[in-house]
Design a protein around this ligand. Sequence first.
Ligand code: CA
Ligand code: CA
Ligand code: CA
Ligand code: CA
Length: 533
Amino acid sequence: MNKLKQFQTKLQVVTALMLSTVAFNGHAVATASYDPASGIVDLPVVEVLNGASSSFFSAQLQLTGGSELELISANAGSATQEQRNVFDGTTGAVHIPSIVVGVDDFYAKLKIVPGSDPLRFTVDQLVSNNFEGCPSFSAAGPSQGSCFLSGEITSDITLTKNIQWILSGGVFIGGDNINQATLTVNPGTHIFGQQGADFLWIRRGSKIMSEGTPDNPVVMSGPLQQTAGEWGGLVITGNAPVNGCNEGVALCEIPFEAVTSEFLGGNNPTDNSGVVKYTQILFAGFAVRPNEELNGLTLNAVGSGTVIDFVHVHEGLDDGVEMFGGTVQMKHLVLTNIGDDSLDWGLGWTGGAQYVLVKQAADDGDRGIEADNNKSGDLLPRSNPILSNMTLMGAPVSTQGALLRRGTGANIWNSVFTGFPTCLMIDGEPTFANAGAPGNLSGDLTIQHSFVDCDTNFADGEGATFNTADWFLSQTGNSEENPLLNGFLPASGSPLTLSGTAVNDAFFDTVDYVGAFRDEDDDWTEEWTFEFN
Ligand SMILES: [Ca+2]
Ligand SMILES: [Ca+2]
Ligand SMILES: [Ca+2]
Ligand SMILES: [Ca+2]
């Protein structure tokens, strides 16, 4: 039985890979050209990323004697969703998906020379877009063009889009705060797991640089891309604070609930685990034991030096994104058809998120947000994230839009909860005690400039010392109005477009609207996400 299942899985993997190879070998259109006579690289379209808004240019670079490329012209151009070159200022990289040099076609990554004027770039990568065999850190996979990754990897490696990467078991980047390594994942690269036990784990001290682009997102998925739990998921582990250690312990580090040989936590709130940008995490989730699972994206004590921006988690078996402590801050999350909670936290998460779309499935899923401090409620540091510009859309099968429990704090701003059986519920004596009382709140558990529109807007859990309704309605700018959504975007005339306020924290963009989207034309989920409607 087991053998048959393994064989079926293998067959499915091979079929999926063959299909994607066919797609990959379809004619790529070069996005850049190189003229060896003049040494000029011509980039007809360069998108310069800037949050959800971008600007477009045409540019020319000249090869200099020092083998750098100097910007010799740049002119404003018009926006396009064709394959294009992308400059990402957060990483200083220019991604060129396809440049023909001689007879071969390459992906090129340029890196800006800091402080250069006129701008100069070095060539960081030049990789053939054709398969050229499996590199030494991998093993030949089941089909032409595929390579296996396995075990612990303690050198810096780059996953390129000319290979179908297959995880075999748990793949660990780095040792635990020893033998640190950086995993770079190029735009357009696809990483597959074949079963729940195949996952990608970034250890403390190591980094992931999963740097997709709007036109070439990084994709991490199972073989079929049909059902949740086809593979394990992405786990990032850092050295930022967690709670859950005995009082008086100098360095609080704890074992991960599902894989107890792995530790998380430390004393570096600004710890940097790398970049996850324009990345899809699809059909993940693995129950190691009942109630102890890998999520689509598990963030274990990840620090605020980490960049998480434009990440789509779709059809996860457990939670979409789950934070175990840490200080990580995120923007532009799309969490769709999640099997348990779309956003889940505990153990003292003190980070934040802005621009979050949660869309629960019609047939599965628990909460939009499940928020804990810890089981007994009062361990420090206490969970106290800042969240703004969330659009959370539930379904009759969901439970609450947000369950705030087990002593959690949170400052929620500019958010809309709709379509859940219950929008908001506060639960547990430590949670009520930490919040204070309506009219005399401690400031640790707040919501303002937010909308609720559910079958039942409020519920009170155990140990209630006040009504969740009073808590909500006593704060500034909150409303029980219909938010007038058209799909997940505000319809024209929606009250959301007029109701936002500034969040007093430097991570957050100041915007004047409620929910994840400015208006009906502000669909920043376009192009880079997996189809979810
Ligand atoms: Ca979970
Ligand atoms: Ca959960
Ligand atoms: Ca849950
Ligand atoms: Ca939870």
